[in-house]
Design a protein around this ligand. Structure first.
Ligand SMILES: *[C@@H]1O[C@H](CO)[C@@H](O)[C@H](O)[C@H]1NC(C)=O
Length: 243
């Protein structure tokens, strides 16, 4: 027995009952010449056939066998790219997760815990946050950025419910509005003299927005109204000093 074959035999023993039938098994796997062949049970293992002997190889953790020189790395690619698990559920991922959050598997594309517009790209155990372009949301099922209507399960801030990407008027305010992006709101303000109009989803001349015809003074007055309270407390302090 060649030494290399012995090593393969030991590794294969994990998957194949005993080493007795090993040569027969190699013959079966390698009947189609040298090359790379899928493992019968696990997407993330494959065989390399050299002169009729099958050598068990493993994909980088989190990737699945794609074919000779196909895929991202070492003949392997993301499982969803090679349809693993297969529709019958016969071939599944076999390696344990060897990384840690946010990259349980060393390679992969994972959802972000808090954001719908972001996702984690894991490369050899190191996660980098990626942003979806435009107003796309991360679709966990597709492992890619997708149109918001295709991502129904995306968690959203209550303010942005029903409008994950869009502008929402704030009741009682003419100049301020919420800009929802990926289900999360950001406070925005119209330029001076403009008021937010829900129908057109933009800041318009305040004369065109019912209830906002008067310049944004009302809100500034609102802020002014808060000031007397502060002034009063100041005065009290003054009184204390005078005493
Ligand atoms: C992954 O990292 C290990 C050590 O941390 C290194 O040996 C290996 O070459 C790296 N693989 C890739 C594909 O970067």
């Amino acid at each position: 027995m060649e030494p290399t074959f012995t090593i393969v035999c030991i590794t294969l023993a994990l998957f194949v009952a005993g080493c007795g039938g090993q040569q027969a098994k190699s013959k079966e796997i390698c009947k189609r010449d040298n090359g790379f062949f899928p493992h019968e049970e696990y997407c993330d293992y494959y065989y390399e056939c050299v002169d009729g002997a099958a050598y068990l190889q493993e994909c980088p953790n989190g990737l699945a066998f794609a074919g000779n020189r196909k895929g991202l790395l070492d003949h392997c690619d993301y499982p969803h790219k090679v349809k693993c698990p297969d529709p019958d559920g016969k071939r599944i991922m076999g390696q344990p997760a060897r990384g840690s959050e946010p990259c349980p598997y060393l390679f992969g594309i994972n959802p972000h815990e808090k954001s719908c517009t972001r996702y984690w790209l894991c490369w050899n155990g190191t996660g980098t946050v990626q942003m979806c372009p435009f107003s796309l949301l991360y679709n966990e099922h597709e492992h890619a950025c997708d149109w918001p209507d295709k991502v129904p399960g995306c968690q959203q801030h209550p303010l942005c419910q029903g409008t994950p990407n869009g502008l929402k008027a704030i009741e009682g305010s003419c100049v301020r509005y919420w800009q929802c992006m990926g289900g999360y709101p950001r406070l925005q303000r119209c330029p001076a003299g403009l008021a937010f109009q829900q129908e057109s989803q933009r800041c318009d001349w305040n004369g065109n927005v019912p209830g906002c015809e008067v310049s944004p003074a009302p809100e500034e007055e609102e802020e002014e109204q808060k000031k007397p309270a502060r002034r009063q407390s100041n005065r009290r302090e003054e009184e204390v000093t005078l005493n």
